[in-house]
Design a binder for this molecule. Sequence first.
Ligand code: FAD
Ligand code: UDP
Length: 397
Amino acid sequence: MRVDLVVVGAGLFGLTVAEQAAERGLDVAVVDRRDHPGGNAWSETDPETGIEVHRYGAHLFHTSNERVWEYVNRFTGFTAYQHRVWTVHGGEVYPLPINLGTLNQFFRSNHGPDEARRLVAEQAAELMGEPRNLEEKAVSLIGRPLYEAFIRDYTAKQWQTDPRDLPAEVISRLPVRYTYDNRYFNDRYEGLPTDGYAAWLSRMADHPRISVHLGTDFLDGDHALSRDAVRGQVPVVYTGPVDRYFGDAHGALGWRTLDFEREVLPVGDFQGAPVMNYADGDVDFTRILEFRHFHPERDYRADRTVIVRERSRSAGPGDEPYYPVNTPEDRSRLLAYRELVEQERASGVAFGGRLGTYQYLDMHMAIASALRLVDDLDELVHGRGTVTAAGRRAALA
Ligand code: FAD
Ligand code: UDP
């Protein structure tokens, strides 16, 4: 097998790098330890109902990045789906993200936008200066009563970490609106892949210059595409966990993982919406996903539905790392890992993606960042100078 580039991880970051490198004439080997490509965006058809289920939790595509939108449309069309979420608090259902509807229902009021802004400003007045963590940021945005009802316990369940130890950015992902607009995302483009995530992601890897090696762990074992065989011989783009690459040299970074409890119910519609959050601490799951609602345009059977209850907990050594927790201790460890990452560049290894950079990246962010890496691919593949056919191509037995 002769390859010009090894990509570790067949998630959206790795697939974008691989596809773009192949388009530029490089032969690429993609390895993934899972038995399917696509990383966490992968989906499958539930055998009993035919309903598409996102195996690693609900994945909603949205972006305002023109380059990313143009790129993804080469592989799939998108439906007109717009994401909306509701939440249960104290036995009552409220709209999310927090908007005028949520606020007026909660306070049993009839405030217009300006009155609502004034009310929240009064309730947030306890805070002075820049918010230093998630709790302070949330209180500054929505005031303490709404924070305690909809954010505090949900966040504690999601992150298993005191909201005062979490970075403010986590909550900045959620808009707060003084209108009745309850769309979850603000982006220009939004939708779900028309014929599913599996079809989209498989198409990205379907290129004569790309070989995909599933069930293959780059860091383990004695095989032709292991780190020991490849490092220093062929350039590598690594999208696995950064701490694991360095054998946890600076200690393990904190991640949270999710448990998905899937159930097929003998009803046509269980909750009337794709996602229902459960804000209160006395319910042990964070949300229920009902997958049929992601594709109202599809002709799914009317007597069965698939729901998934999602629970969150700290990831142990054998668990899938889903979300970087990013406590102050994690952030100082990450700085130490970044130095090692910088040094690995000399051996032709570049790090990317969610796990490789220890960053929460939405799909469009992972793709945008992969496209930027590809812009510099010449430098990684050939050290410096222009691309030539030979490059640092290596024979991997
Ligand atoms: P991943 O998809 O995690 O891919 C990394 C791959 O590397 C994996 O397949 C893994 O098996 C492989 N790997 C790791 N270590 C090794 C190794 N040693 N050897 C070989 N292979 C290895 N984004 C959105 O835009 N909208 C959403 O609604 C959304 N919802 C999400 C919900 C959840 C629960 C999660 C976890 C993420 C969500 N995301 C969402 C983010 C989205 O999943 C990522 O942006 C996307 O998957 C890109 O990730 P990636 O390629 O960096 O990593
Ligand atoms: N959040 C919350 N209550 C909700 C929804 C979200 O407190 O009903 C907080 C929570 O901390 C969450 C963050 O906002 O992690 C971002 O929410 P989003 O839905 O973007 O991300 P998730 O963590 O669910 O993937």
